[in-house]
Every structure is written in C-alpha cells, then in structure tokens.
Design a protein around this ligand. Structure first.
Ligand code: ATP
Ligand code: MG
Length: 351
C-alpha cells in the first residue's frame, strides 16, 4: 500500500528552496495517497544541541505545512520526537547500516566541515534516523529536494539489507509481502522507497553564490528568501542577488556555466508553474534589470498569501499544538505496529 512521508527540520527560517523543493510538492500528493508530514526535531539537534526556541521553530514549520494547504484532517502532521518509534527503529538501523555507508554521505561531509572528529555522532548517524522516519511508517514515496537523494538511496540500502539478512525469520513469521523494486518484485518486510524529486526547482541555490544550496543554516540572510520576508524584503534580496553581466539566453543550453542565471530562471519557472525553456522564450535577450523586477512580482504574489497565513496561524500556538498532538497519536498507532513486527523479526521478547 502506497504511503507518503516527508519531513523538515526546525533549524531556522523556512526559505524558498524548502517551499519549491518540498512543501509545495506535498499538496497534490494528499489527494492520491495517505500522507505524513513531520517536523523532524530529533534531526534538528544533530548539528547543534541548543536552539534558541525549538518549540517556536517547530510550530513555525507546522504553520507552513498548514498555510501551504496541507489538511490535518486528511494528512498526519506531527513532530518526530512525540513518536518514540523513530528513535527506536533508528537504533536498529544503526546496527543494519555500515560505518562506511555513513562516511560517504556528502551532507555529513558538508555539515561536519574540517573538524570531522568533533562532529556529533548523531550528525554521522543522521541518515539512519531518516531511514527510520520513513520506514517506521513503511512509506513508499518521499517528496524531497535533490540534496536528499543520497539519503534516500541509503534508506533503500538499509531496507534491502534488513529484508535480506532477516529473510528467513520474516518468512517464518509470515510477515513478508511482495515489494516493488523498480521493475522487479521481491519479497520482504520493508518497502523499497522511491524518492519524488521533480520539476525546475529541486535544488534552489543561494542568491549570493550559484554553486551553493540555499539553506536555513546559511549565515547570510541575503542568501535566501525566507517565508517570513515581507514584499520589500523579497524585492531587496532579489535585486541584490548575484548575477553575471550578460543578458539572458534564448535557450536552456545557454544557461550552462551560468549558475546564478540558471538559478533565477529556475525559480521563475517553478513559481510560474512552467519550464525554464518557456521562461527563456519570454525573456531571452533581456537584461537582468528587466528580468529581476518580473521575478520580484511573481515571488511576492506567490509567497504573499502563504506567509500571511503562516503569520496568522503563529498567533494561535494552541491550535498548532493541538494539530501536532492529534497527528502524533495517529502516527504513533502506525509506528507501534511496525515496531512490534520488527522486534518479533529480530527475536526480541515483548508482551
Ligand atoms: P539545514 O541547512 O538546516 O539542513 P535546509 O534548508 O537544508 O536546512 P531541511 O530541513 O534540511 O532544510 O530540508 C527540508 C526539505 O527541503 C528537504 O526535502 C530538502 O531536500 C528540501 N530543501 C532544502 N534546501 C533546498 C533547496 N535549496 N532547494 C530545494 N529543496 C531544498
Ligand atoms: Mg538540509
């Protein structure tokens, strides 16, 4: 049975990359699948243990989900630490995954920086917890930005190894089922999850450096458009965005080697719901001085209603907390079933 899960860390202000690469993609999925949308507070402490106000950050991600149109009656919205199955399954996955797999993760290398020995063990094990977030609900589809592709591959590797290493016990307990793996069908307990990474904005880049991903944790606020920015803020940041001196090309191939131009055209295309090629057929040959104001208008009109609704929701933290609590209860019911199965598969005694 198909099921969708995705999560966002409460590590700072949500930005245009989170919105275009993730949140906005969640909406159409809730019409076709049962969905869970999580605020991953356990992930938030991997890079930094102490946060100014983790509770407020958590509520603001939940508010963004709601403001973007996720319906808590249909989809499950909750924060990760409420459901103990995430951390419990992550431990088991720490014993499935190999140290070498974790050492190869580019996010770990980027976030740990030069002083790798001094990074938290949690930062290294991050992908194992992410695999648990997904597989504790036996989720089959995960909409994410391009930066999470490698972690999704690792999630598949963990599911495959668990299914293989424990195949005899899974079958003996009658817990195996047919599992789609690409074209093939295999037998196992955990599904082999497919990432959903599509469209022109799967990797929105920093406005200050077209080779760096736009991130919540980037020190420069000018590098990103926050979902809390007002229209003047959005206009100022787009005007200051780094560009090159040439005019826009008429064809997509002309964006090669021009990361900043490529990024702004991609953002425009995603906001307008069209392709880069279509944007360039309108703006090819035009200067950035003409393109940027059009991008400002588009960004302001697309983000304005969402940010206004987020602000309105944040005025009523009680409502958000109630949504997270109710969602946590529903999520927990699914996670408990998985944990019961996994413990029997491993031979752990339970009531
Ligand atoms: P941090 O810097 O703390 O890691 P982040 O901006 O990367 O923050 P996450 O909470 O790690 O945000 O990721 C939430 C979702 O947003 C994920 O699906 C991720 O792939 C997506 N995402 C993050 N940054 C971008 C981006 N620049 N472009 C497209 N999608 C993005
Ligand atoms: Mg991230």
């Amino acid at each position: 049975t198909p099921r969708v899960l995705s999560g966002i860390q409460p590590t700072g202000h949500l930005h245009l990359g989170n919105y275009l690469g993730a949140i906005r993609k969640f909406l159409p999925l809730q019409d076709s699948y049962p969905c869970l949308f999580c605020v991953v507070d356990l992930h938030a402490i991997t890079a930094q243990l102490v946060h100014d106000d983790l509770a407020a950050q958590t509520r603001s991600i939940a508010a963004a989900y709601l403001a973007a149109g996720i319906d808590p009656e249909r989809s499950i919205i909750f924060n990760q630490s409420r459901v103990s199955g995430h951390a419990e399954l992550a431990w088991i996955f720490n014993c499935v995954a190999r140290i070498g797999w974790m050492n190869r993760m580019t996010q770990f290398k980027d976030k740990a920086g030069k002083d790798r020995e001094n990074a938290s063990l949690g930062l290294l094990a991050y992908p194992s917890l992410m695999a648990a977030d997904i597989l504790v609900y036996r989720a089959t589809h995960v909409p994410v930005g391009e930066d999470q592709k490698q972690h999704l591959e690792l999630t598949r590797d963990i599911a495959i190894k668990f299914n293989n290493d424990l195949s005899v016990r899974i079958e003996a307990l009658g817990l195996g089922k047919p599992i789609a793996m690409g074209e093939e069908t295999v037998h196992g307990y955990f599904p082999i999850t497919e990432p959903i990474i599509e469209g022109p904005a799967t990797r929105v880049m920093s406005l200050k450096d077209g080779t760096k991903k736009m991130s919540k944790s980037d020190a420069s606020d000018l590098s990103r458009i926050n979902l809390t920015d007002d229209s003047e803020g959005i206009a100022r940041k787009i005007k200051k965005a780094k560009t090159d001196p040439d005019s826009l090309p008429s064809e997509e191939a002309g964006l090669q080697g021009r990361p900043e131009a490529d990024n702004l055209v991609g953002i425009y295309a995603a906001l307008a719901g069209t392709s880069k090629a279509a944007v360039l057929s309108d703006f090819g040959g035009k200067q950035f001085s003409e393109f940027k104001p059009a991008l400002v208008d588009l960004a302001v009109s697309a983000l304005g209603p969402v940010t206004a609704e987020m602000r309105r929701l944040m005025d009523d933290p009680g409502h958000i907390d109630a949504v997270l609590k109710a969602g946590g209860e529903k999520a927990n019911a699914i996670a408990e079933e998985t944990m019961r199965d996994v413990k029997s598969i491993l031979g752990m005694l339970q009531d």
